[in-house]
Structures are given as C-alpha cells and as structure tokens.
Design a protein around this ligand. Sequence first.
Ligand code: DGL
Length: 284
Amino acid sequence: MSETDTTILSTSQPGPIGVFDSGYGGLTILREVRKLLPQYDYLYLGDNARAPYGCRSFEVVYRFTLEAVRHLFDQGCRLVILACNTASAKALRTIQRHDIPRIDPTRRVLGVIRPTVEEIGRVTRNGVVGILGTQGTVSSRSYDMEISKLYPGFKVYSRACPMWCPLVENLEADGDGADYFVDKDIRALFAECPDIDTLVLGCTHYPLLLNKIMRYTPAGVTVMTQGDVVARSLASYLQRHPDIARQCSRGGSAHYLTTDNPGKFSELARVFMRADVEASQIAF
Ligand code: DGL
C-alpha cells in the first residue's frame, strides 16, 4: 500500500481545528476566527518553504495542499480550513470528493471561497462584483463559477495582482512601491467596469494592504476582507454540525507549524497577527 493510500485511523479523540495556508496569509483568517471562536484549539500550518502557490499549476497546488491536510490530520485535526484562496480554488474540491472518502470520511476540509461568495450576495446592491486575487485564483475562475451558481445574474470582473503578495512578504506594504501597484491594479479593474460596487480581496495577504486599497478604490465601493466572513461562516457551520463541533477540542490554544525557518515565521507572523507567536518547523 502506498503512502497516499494509507487510511488515517479514526479516533474519537477531539483535536485542534487545522488552519492551512501557503504561508502567512492564513494568519489574517486565524486572527478573526480566534476572536469569534476563542474556545477552540487551533493548529496553523504555513507551507512557507514552497510559497508562493499563486503562480503554481493545479496539479502542484493540489499535491502540496493534500500533503498539508494529511499532516494536520496526522496531528489530530478533524476539521481543516484551507485559509488560502489559491488552495481553495485549486485543491479543495478534489480533496473533498476524492481524498476525504478514502482517508477518513468523518473528517472535514472547508475553504474560503464559498463563504466569501455567500457574503457577496448580502453585500452587493447592483450585482457587479470585482475580485482581486493571485494569478492561480483568478485563472481557476473559481469565484466566477461559485458566483454564477448562487447568483446567476451577477457580473464578475477579476484581476490578478501578482506583485501584492511579494510586497507584503517583503514588508513593503506601507511603501511607495505598494502605492504604485495597488493604484495600477485597481485602476485597471475599474477601467474594465466602473459599475463594480463590491470589491473582494480574494487573497488572504491583501488585508495587509487595506489602507492603500481603500485609498485607490472609488468612493462608495464596499471593500470585502475575508477574515470576519470566514469566522462567522465557521461559527455557523459548527452550530449546524454539532457532531463536528464535538470533535474540535476546546482549550483556547494556538500552535504554529511552518515548513521553513521558524524564526523568520515568528517575525513575519507578528505583522500578520499583531501578536507574538512561536513556530515549530516540520517537513513532509
Ligand atoms: N494566501 C494565498 C491566497 O489566499 C496567496 C499567497 C500565495 O501565492 O501563496 O491565495
């Protein structure tokens, strides 16, 4: 039996909620989730050694994401959130349909795109929506497909912003370079359609650029971040699925794993979380 065929033995022991991102971005989601649901334990995994995912193929993002999910399952997580739009766009569906039934049908993996799309329907007034994300998220057309399923009449305009994540990760979110790229990308999106009334930050890094994004977004447009949306959606999911909620341990702790240097992770995590965190290094 190959490694990927191995079934993870199901235990009745509750475990932490796993939160996965290609790197640091998912920390903006975890921060809001912990604010709303502080009673649970969390285990964060950032695949920093292989980030960014935004420019990688479907096959590679799927393979990396599955490895991370399996690792979180091995650590006792029974519910894992893919707090990364790129992984949600390129890997979630296959993992849910193909891998979970094989690995352990009692475990759950959820993404960030569906809850964001549900929220778009509550926020927009004219049904004209702008999506900003990585190249991978935009080219997957996951937002377009999910929006057309839930709200067939909506119009969606998307723009990939490949320079935004590097600006954030290199601590340039407040610099002049960020002004240049944020202005350029937002201007290009609104040139395509000036009627957009809701602008979705479809990448978990982008809240770090929120000040600049607000500066260059036309007045009257609602800018949507995902942290609070995902947190509310998770709270509602756990309420609707008490069997899954019972499998999530409640100790109020958070632990952090990274595939790269843990010292560097802690340094940047401070920027994303606005708190000190200690990380441990893992290898798959
Ligand atoms: N955090 C990822 C997302 O939400 C983007 C970072 C990357 O390209 O790895 O899509």
